[in-house]
Design a protein around this ligand. Structure first.
Ligand code: RP5
Length: 167
């Protein structure tokens, strides 16, 4: 059975970033579950989710949190699955607080951290991890990469035509 992905939000206020991940998973046909679990407000639930994640057929976990963002670090402490952290921008410190809280993990306990508000790339990275053992998904990623290349080439062609007209 293909592995599922988990999207864990530290708060419902992180939903806009989680939706970026969900849109990628929908496009790729990857099964996902999303839950609001807080490292600080519901720490027991965080532990229980992470401890059972492999048994529940998850292959990778995305943890989205802002401010003192300990969610990814707490989850990865309780599972050997790969955890991708997404630091969320806050109004006070612009997300630098969450970025440093997520990325500065001690040796042996790795969190893979994407950009501030990088919900989309978290999902693309999760898909690459799952594609290591899923040829069908690997082919989909190859096709998406080709589409991306074609889009850029098309935009460049349009730009060149516009510039030629102006000269
Ligand atoms: C973090 O604190 C959450 O992930 C969220 O990004 C931030 C603010 O949470 P709320 O106070 O909006 O619930 O734990």
């Amino acid at each position: 059975m293909n592995k599922r992905t988990a999207i864990i939000l530290g708060s419902d206020s992180d939903m806009a970033i989680a939706e970026k991940s969900m849109n990628v998973f929908k496009k790729l046909g990857i099964n996902y579950e999303a839950h609001i679990i807080s490292a600080h407000r519901t720490p027991e639930r965080a532990r229980e989710f992470a401890v059972n994640a492999r048994k529940n057929n998850f292959g990778v976990i995305i943890a989205i949190a802002g401010k003192a963002a300990h969610l990814a670090g707490v989850l990865v402490a309780y599972t050997r699955l790969p955890v991708i952290g997404v630091p969320v921008k806050s109004s006070d410190l612009g997300g630098l607080d969450a970025l440093l809280s997520t990325v500065q993990m001690p040796s042996g306990v790795p969190v893979s951290c994407v950009a501030i508000d990088g919900g989309e790339n978290a999902a693309w990275l999760a898909a690459r991890i799952l594609a290591v053992s899923n040829d069908e998904l690997a082919e989909k990623l190859e096709r998406e990469s080709q589409i991306m290349t074609e889009n850029v080439n098309h935009k460049d062609k349009t730009l060149q035509e516009k510039l030629n007209c102006e000269q």
